[in-house]
Design a protein around this ligand. Structure first.
Ligand code: DGL
Length: 278
């Protein structure tokens, strides 16, 4: 039976568990919404794969989420947003949100010099998607982009502080410092976990843009406009978060809380392993 629109969940997918940083922000901003999350751990990382392959995986992930009658889909993966969102979003009948446009909006509005840095996976940086969106918002902006492939592994290993991570961050961020950017887009779901280190390396006056927060704000705006949020008054219960992974559900136990934060982690109703139709 079809669910009335406002009772339908929001669908979120990522290549792994990093997209839970986006779920965390949506759950904080819209605490009564139900969320279905898919982490495609079987195909992680997307960040070093071709556009064709990432599009195939993203399409399968969205098809899976559609089974839950989602009212809105979120590409919580930067690599998928950068390479596949434009192609796929219009092929589904529900509205879709990528992590790119919201982050760009914040970066441009927070940059007084117009010098903006972007860090992300190889696939994201290669696509030049951030650059395109930034130039569309501010044609005079000067963008310095840098792929930081080791950051994902460091986060997954729990090496978020310390000398090695700081030294790698110095290496990757050197071109951004040289360009004197005043705003840096953390263009990968894993990077918010490294905020402390990245802020220390870039200095206190550089604004770091977390795509999770700006994406959650976009979701809220879009739901508020057209797609009927769960009314806080009609329905006071807190939303449920159901999680699905395509491999290694045990990794969820290790990393899930790190990305979600404990208070949101308590809202996770279930974690289940599934297969995607790729
Ligand atoms: N979720 C990916 C992203 O935001 C990072 C991990 C991966 O490479 O798949 O780009």
């Amino acid at each position: 039976m079809a669910l009335p629109n406002k009772r339908r969940p929001i669908g979120v997918f990522d290549s792994g568990l990093g997209g839970l940083t986006v779920v965390r922000e949506i759950a904080k901003l819209l605490p009564t919404e139900d969320i279905v999350y898919l982490g495609d751990l079987a195909h992680l990382p997307y960040g070093n794969k071709s556009q064709r392959q990432i599009t195939r995986y993203s399409q399968a992930a969205l098809k899976f989420l559609k089974k839950f009658q989602i009212k809105l889909g979120v590409f919580a993966c930067n690599s998928a947003s950068a390479t596949s969102y434009r192609k796929l979003a219009s092929t589904f009948s529900i509205p879709m949100v990528s992590v790119i446009e919201p982050a760009v909006g914040e970066a441009v509005s927070r940059s007084s010099s117009g010098r903006i840095g972007v860090i992300g996976t190889e696939a994201t940086i290669r696509s030049r998607a951030y650059e395109r969106y930034i130039k569309r918002e501010d044609p005079k902006a000067r963008v310095t982009s840098q792929a930081c492939p080791l950051f994902v592994s460091l986060v997954e290993e729990g090496w978020v502080n310390g000398a090695i991570t700081t030294s790698i961050a110095h290496h990757y961020l050197a071109p951004l410092k040289k360009a004197r950017v005043d705003s840096v887009i953390l263009g990968c779901t894993h990077y918010p976990v490294l905020t402390k280190t990245l802020q220390k390396v870039m200095g206190p006056n550089v604004h770091l843009v977390h795509s999770g927060l700006s994406t959650a704000r976009s979701v809220k705006r879009l739901l508020g406009k057209k797609y009927l949020p769960r009314g806080a008054r009609q329905n006071r219960r807190t939303g449920r978060i159901r999680c699905f992974v395509t491999d290694s559900p045990n990794r969820f136990q290790v990393l899930g809380q790190k990305f979600l934060g404990r208070s949101i982690g308590q809202k996770v109703a279930s974690v289940q392993e599934v297969r995607l139709d790729v």
